[in-house]
Design a protein around this ligand. Structure first.
Ligand code: GLN
Length: 233
């Protein structure tokens, strides 16, 4: 079904570094699953988008403050966020997980082993919320970073003992050669959705949903995923 756009151009806010969903390639061009899905949806439904890769919490604020029409940023659909956002149909099943530097796995095999340690996450994310809710129970400290580059670097240089992030993002970083291990089973849940401010740009949400359905039907969705995620293990 074809839906009519109501604006000449929609501004889409996104994360600045969240590979394989959005990241800069060798030519400093943003690519990734989110970028491809949104661009293809725009082509299929005949609307225009410009991306603004300002970081995850920046994107949340941009949509809330009407500086962007929507955001696609590996954003988990949560009840709390539904109070200020309307979400598309889910397009990816994710989950959050602890990662430690390779070689430090023996020290950390359960959340209890994080006692006295410092765990990092990105500001405003599900991981940050999870750590905040569990820090007293397990006795760890939480350190928050603005972007993934800083977060992953902090683990690499032992500025923090562990990080928490979405598992496909940890997996991508490991596939790219960062020496990490994931000794604790991941927390399930966390379906990703494209989001608009609650009550606004309903046609944009509808256009995305229609295109997503069509991409799933034709196999194009699977093709986009497998461009960035190697399922063979
Ligand atoms: N899925 C996580 C969340 O919604 C992280 C998203 C991100 O860091 N881009 O909080």
């Amino acid at each position: 079904k074809k839906v009519e756009p109501k604006k000449d151009e929609y501004v889409i806010a996104s994360d600045s570094a969240f590979a394989p969903f959005e990241f800069q390639n060798n030519e400093n061009k943003y690519v990734g699953i989110d970028v491809d899905l949104m661009k293809r949806a725009a082509e299929m439904q005949g609307f225009n988008v410009t991306f603004n890769h300002i970081g995850f919490s920046g994107a949340v604020q941009a949509v809330e403050g009407d500086q962007a029409d929507g955001m696609i940023a590996g954003m988990s659909i949560t009840d709390e966020r539904k109070e200020s956002f309307d979400f598309s149909d889910p397009y990816f099943e994710s989950g959050i997980q602890i990662a430690v530097k390779e070689g430090n796995k023996d020290d950390v095999t359960s959340y209890d082993d994080l006692d006295g340690k410092t765990v990092g996450a990105k500001v405003g994310t599900e991981s940050a919320d999870f750590l905040d809710e569990n820090k007293d129970k397990y006795g760890f400290k939480v350190k928050l970073y603005d972007d993934a580059d800083q977060l992953y670097e902090a683990v690499r240089v032992d500025a923090i003992d562990a990080l928490m992030d979405d598992y496909p993002v940890i997996g991508y970083s490991m596939a790219q050669g960062q020496a990490l291990e994931t000794p604790i089973e991941r927390e399930s849940g966390g379906e990703y959705g494209f989001a608009v401010k609650r009550g606004q740009n309903p046609e944009l949400l509808e256009m995305f949903n229609e295109a997503l359905k069509e991409m799933k039907r034709t196999g194009e969705y699977d093709q986009i995923i497998s461009t960035y995620i190697d399922d063979s293990g």
